[in-house]
Design a protein around this ligand. Structure first.
Ligand code: FES
Length: 247
């Protein structure tokens, strides 16, 4: 991963819109008292959306102030995650996965296409439409190689299909996201290869026999909500000066 620095040219100020401010406050309220800093990622994300896909320094500082955090702490988050862009991006920002599974499946060819059609990494095309960045695994390795463009994944790519997608976007068309081959999501190419015996699913019919698993009393008990637990809230590090309980 390359060094990530703030852009040289920065806007002089940042303020959330009234709508985004209300949204940010609602996110903060989701966390227990003293743990509001946990909202840093969604609020940075909203700031990035408001700033056309990148995070100016003033936005990072505004988020720090909102959450009572040291500016450097928020900067650390923004510089660590490649989902946060520290300089302006194109209307279509391509995150190209360069991690091993995608590389083994031909990501190198995709990278050449990005160089040829868009240009250097982290640069915006003259028409403002495109930029690209190499990132670590985007969690879609089964559909390698792949890229993310804005919020959509484009998977099972070849240099040709990636070229087509970029050309379509450039011409105002909306290319199909997801696998670019005949495959349902991440199912095996050519269709299912396991659990193909229909008798396996008879239990799911109301008239079918009831399986041993459904006779298990424990299995019938309603589960607790995922966000309810008895564990105590972990204490912050002793020297954490940004934690309100240390004051
Ligand atoms: S390695 Fe590319 S999505 Fe995981």
């Amino acid at each position: 991963m390359s060094v990530r620095r703030l852009a040289e040219r920065q806007p002089p100020s940042f303020a959330f819109t009234a709508e985004n401010l209300a949204w940010a406050k609602a996110q903060i309220d989701k966390y227990p008292s003293g743990r509001q800093q946990s909202a840093v990622i969604p609020i940075l994300w909203r700031a990035q959306e408001q700033c056309d896909g990148w995070l100016p320094q003033k936005a990072i500082e505004a988020v720090a102030e909102m959450l009572g955090m040291a500016k450097i702490r928020v900067l650390e988050v923004a510089t660590f995650y490649t989902m946060f862009n520290l300089s302006p991006v194109g209307k279509y920002h391509v995150q190209f996965c360069g991690t091993t599974p995608c590389m083994l499946r031909g990501a190198d060819g995709l990278k050449k296409v990005l160089h040829r059609l868009i240009g250097e990494e982290n640069e915006v095309t003259a028409d403002g439409k495109f930029s690209w960045l190499e990132v670590e695994c985007l969690g879609a390795c089964v559909n390698a190689p792949m890229v993310q463009i804005n919020a959509d994944y484009y998977e099972d790519l070849t240099p040709e299909t990636l070229m087509q997608i970029i050309n379509d976007l450039s011409n105002g068309k909306a290319p199909k996201s997801g696998p670019q081959i005949d495959r349902q999501n991440s199912a095996p190419i050519g269709g299912p290869t396991t659990l193909t015996d229909p008798s396996l699913y008879e239990d799911s019919q109301t008239s079918g026999p009831v399986s041993a698993a459904l006779l298990d009393d424990d299995a019938k008990k309603p589960g607790k909500a995922a966000n309810v637990h008895e564990a105590p809230i972990p204490k912050p590090p002793v020297a954490d000066a940004t934690d309100p309980r240390q004051k």
